[in-house]
Design a protein around this ligand. Structure first.
Ligand code: SF4
Ligand code: SF4
Length: 438
């Protein structure tokens, strides 16, 4: 029996529309809007002004803060605007808008690095930071920060997360299948930074082709590929670690508290490109899918391309399209516009139709306990949800609302259609804001 974690649910996979489709290049955009906040942490300040000429790979935004990463131009051309754009996961953010000259001229700073053997761990970490790499599974946490544990928290395990447990999404699946050696190289670079002798890649057992490709690429390398039971949210960091080695990240803790670092498969490929070729994070694979889009696809999209343009390249929206979600259906966020740029964490563009979007009346809790059974972090969604609904934030805090990983399992399973995840997310926001004030 493949390894797994406590709780979780088994939603339909809905991956067949794109799982067999090779990654294709998206059409080159005429202009891109490079957001200054594409990661968790301090936003970048623009390094360019309107009228400046820029080249591909040129840094156009950066910050002095440790928890931040720079942003780069994905085209060559001219800066035409500095303006706010809607942000997929929050308030509008500043963007450097660049009109492409269609030449894709590389910036002089983009050049190959010495071989991995000749680079020190610190050299690699610096390359990763300067390449603007942040977790590409959607969390967008700056990668170099995860690679800087304090001395009292030594790391002995590095795992590449190839679970891609969200229904509909196949971007990582295709990347692991088409560039398995880059995944292995990225892992080896991470191992060198952290001084770890052996690395691991975890893939759900609904992707046997990836497991096979990765095993082949890992032959002769200090890397082991492991298959996990397909269950949502297998790709959540803490759940992956538990399934992998039985270590439990403590409440409020981080993977480094149990000697482990987890990085997404797409992040590993971005690290490989940065370390080998000196190419910063300029593009990502986006799964464009769902019953509301005409021609689902896995596209290699330049960062800053408008979501509307990407959808248009996939035949556009069907007439009955109702909802656009960035990410998957469980953890992705519904958007009220498609005039926003693709960012480093945009793993998918999911379009649902009238048929899948239902408005449910919220019913009283029938105390069936299903939400507790499926909660992978073993908290009490029914109690925290009710506390939030009735305006008792202290109770929500006492019941560990902050441990919620917002996986959506409780809302998914609740027969009374109670919006538990949304309620708990609200409480979490209030609790964290209160703690910050203190
Ligand atoms: S699943 Fe819904 S109805 Fe059942 S206990 Fe939880 S909140 Fe109540
Ligand atoms: S309470 Fe949070 S972690 Fe638990 S099932 Fe609900 S969304 Fe997931």
């Amino acid at each position: 029996m493949a390894k797994t974690f406590k709780g979780g649910v088994h939603p339909g996979h809905f991956k067949s529309a794109t799982a067999g489709k090779p990654i294709a290049d998206a059409n080159p955009p005429a202009r891109v809007a490079v957001l200054m906040q594409q990661h968790i942490g301090a936003p970048c300040e623009p390094l360019v002004e309107v009228g400046d000429a820029v080249k591909v790979g040129q840094k156009v935004g950066d910050s002095q803060a440790f928890v931040s990463v720079p942003a780069h131009s994905s085209v060559s051309g001219k800066v035409v605007e500095l303006r706010d754009y809607p942000h997929p996961v929050g308030r509008p953010a500043r963007a450097v808008v660049i009109e492409s000259d269609g030449q894709d001229t590389w910036h002089e700073s983009v050049k190959a690095n010495p071989p991995l053997e000749e680079l020190s761990g610190d050299d690699i970490k610096k390359i990763i930071r300067e390449a603007g790499i942040a977790g590409m599974g959607g969390a967008t946490f700056p990668t170099h920060v995860k690679l800087s544990p304090p001395p009292e928290k030594p790391i002995d395990t590095v795992i590449i997360n190839g679970s891609e447990c969200e229904p509909f999404l196949t971007a990582d699946h295709r990347l692991m299948l088409e560039r398995p050696e880059a995944v292995v190289f990225g892992l080896k670079a991470l191992m060198k930074v952290l001084g770890v002798e052996k690395g691991y890649i975890g893939v759900e057992d609904n992707k046997p082709d990836c497991v096979e490709a990765l095993k082949k690429a890992a032959e002769g390398e200090p890397v082991e590929v492991k298959s996990f039971h397909t269950k949502y949210p297998q790709g959540a960091e803490k759940q992956l670690i538990y399934a992998f080695n039985g270590r439990e990240v403590p409440s409020g803790g981080l993977p480094m508290d149990v000697g482990t670092v987890v990085q997404n498969a797409g992040t590993a490929v971005a690290i490989a490109d940065a370390v080998r070729k000196g190419v910063p994070l300029l593009e990502r694979i986006v799964t464009v899918t769902g019953p509301g889009v005409e021609a689902p696809a896995n596209l290699r999209v330049k960062i800053g391309t408008m979501v509307s343009e990407v959808i248009a390249q996939c035949g556009g929206l069907k007439e009955n399209a109702r909802k656009v979600i960035l990410g998957g259906p469980m953890m992705g966020l519904a958007q009220n516009t498609t005039e926003m740029p693709v960012i480093k964490g945009t793993s998918g563009i999911l379009v649902l139709t009238d048929k899948e979007v239902h408005i449910h009346e919220i019913q009283p809790c029938i105390r069936c306990g299903r939400c507790v059974e499926v909660c992978p972090v073993s908290i009490m969604p029914l109690v925290i949800g009710s506390a939030t609904e009735k305006g008792y934030p202290d109770k929500a805090e006492a019941y560990h609302a902050v441990d919620c990983i917002e996986c959506g399992c409780c809302s998914y399973i609740c027969p009374a259609k109670r919006p538990l995840t949304q309620w708990i997310r609200l409480s979490k926001g209030e609790i964290l804001a209160k703690a910050k004030k203190k």
